[in-house]
Design a protein around this ligand. Structure first.
Ligand SMILES: Cc1cc2nc3c(=O)[nH]c(=O)nc-3n(C[C@H](O)[C@H](O)[C@H](O)COP(=O)(O)O)c2cc1C
Ligand code: SF4
Length: 423
């Protein structure tokens, strides 16, 4: 295996890297100082556009492009760092926040300067108490040292960053749900357009970026767009944090170049499956990503395009390994429970569809299944997809169902016919 370049994890092994002094000793905040002292905001946006950086929160939207939508002349704008990390199978942002919080703060300074925004918030999942503590301590250190606050680094640019604690709802990770929650209301997504870049938090232009997206920025500033593009694939440049979970010998979060073979992630880095287990399937990009069969897994590379080509997605980078001792009907029952519980209830296809899918899957699981339940699940999931709802949770809930009953149909049929599991 070729050595893999590290960007967001490059200093992770250094003791006390969460301390400002140690972070600075290892080059921390030189990128932010360079930007504020030597570069025009519009040039940062161009650089980030040229780097090809795509958002790491799930959708993979061009980061520089997103920033360029913010009206330049707006008197007040916001940057919200999305640290809700609610997608099951995803545990990457917490590592960045807990262990190297200054890299996210430095990325935020760069992003805020690029869009000329004086106030930013980090919306952290409420259960992430260690992330909250680490970020608050880092913000305090920065404020004391004039790395945040008025005229930072002695430049005309001022910036305050605050931590906002979420209350544990998956839907508050959706960008407009996050905005509504921060505005003090129930965290329900809003109809787009208007997009947050035009009218977001408190109706002001707002950029929402994921923690990992922001943490990449200092490296791009110091090393340049061309060097960034040398890593990964042409359309998916850079590295990505992959969270490997399930019955593998070495589960964990790994930084790898985009385009990395999924088989090598599971068998080389992950050490393969535990015991005598055999690979049955993989959910490659967080729970919402359509499942891959073992056969598809063997030839898959982990980038936006390759996964989209087989109808799945890179999503948040949560790679969930499923072994041959797992019943797919049982697993789908757990998955459908999650989405039923997390649907905010505003849209009929999502509110009704998530509950209905859960009921049908459970009736198959508990020996009450009928032959027509498989096409019924296909039908319900189809009707929940394709932009018929306010946000993408409906699609996210429907995709696992559709892919499970298509690719593992024989397990559903076995349950229906024999009134028991094949295992
Ligand atoms: C139901 C749902 C949950 C989401 N949860 C998260 C999340 O926890 N963290 C995150 O960064 N993005 C999440 N997203 C994606 C955000 O809406 C948004 O695209 C992202 O924060 C943008 O940041 P990026 O451009 O840096 O990727 C979620 C989207 C949906 C539809
Ligand atoms: S799709 Fe679901 S979660 Fe999203 S706004 Fe509609 S009901 Fe709420």
């Amino acid at each position: 295996m070729t050595p893999t370049p590290k960007i967001v994890f490059q200093n992770l092994h250094i003791p006390n890297i969460k301390k400002l002094a140690v972070y600075r000793e290892h080059g921390g905040y030189t990128a932010a100082q360079k930007v504020l002292k030597e570069t025009k905001p519009e040039d940062i946006i161009t650089l980030v556009k040229n780097s090809g950086l795509r958002g790491r929160g799930g959708a993979g939207f061009g980061t520089g492009m997103k920033w360029s939508f913010v009206p330049k002349d707006a008197p007040l704008k916001y940057l919200l760092c999305n640290a809700d990390e609610g997608e099951p199978g995803t545990f990457k942002d917490r590592i960045l926040m807990e262990q190297i919080p200054h890299s996210t703060l430095e990325g935020m300074i760069i992003a805020c300067y690029a869009i000329q925004c004086p106030r930013a918030y980090i919306y952290v999942r409420g259960e992430y108490t260690e992330s909250i503590e680490a970020l608050e301590a880092a913000i305090q250190e920065c404020t004391k040292n004039n790395f945040l606050g008025k005229n930072i680094f002695g430049t005309p640019f001022s910036l305050d960053i605050h931590v906002f604690k979420g209350a544990g709802a998956y839907i508050c990770g959706e960008e407009t749900g996050l905005v509504t929650s921060m505005e003090g209301a129930k965290g329900q997504p809003k109809v787009k357009p208007p997009f947050p870049a035009i009218s977001g938090f408190n109706k002001k232009p707002t950029v929402i970026n994921n923690v990992e997206t922001l943490a990449v920025l200092p490296w791009i500033i110091l090393n340049g767009a061309d060097n960034y593009k040398k890593i990964g694939t042409e359309k998916s440049p850079g590295t990505k944090l992959f969270c490997l979970s399930g019955p593998v010998k070495n589960p964990g979060t790994y930084e790898l170049p985009l385009g990395f073979p999924l088989k090598d992630l599971i068998y080389d880095i992950g050490g393969g499956l535990t015991g005598n287990l055999k690979l049955k399937a993989v959910i490659p990009g967080g729970l919402s990503a359509p499942v891959l069969t073992a056969e598809e897994t063997m030839t898959m590379t982990m980038d936006f395009e390759s996964l989209a080509k087989v109808g799945s997605m890179l999503g948040s980078g949560g790679v969930i390994v499923i072994a041959n001792d797992q019943c797919m009907v049982d697993l789908l029952s757990v998955i459908t429970y999650f989405y039923k519980h997390e649907s905010c209830g505003q849209c009929t296809p999502c509110r009704e569809g998530t509950g209905w899918m859960k009921k049908v899957v459970d009736s198959i699981l508990h020996q009450r299944g009928r032959a027509e339940d498989i096409p019924l699940l296909q039908d319900i999931s189809t009707n929940m997809m394709g932009g018929r709802t306010i946000c993408a949770l409906s699609d996210a809930a429907a995709m696992p169902v559709k892919s499970f009953v298509t690719k593992f149909k024989q397990e559903f049929e076995y349950h229906i016919k024999n009134k028991r599991c094949h295992l």
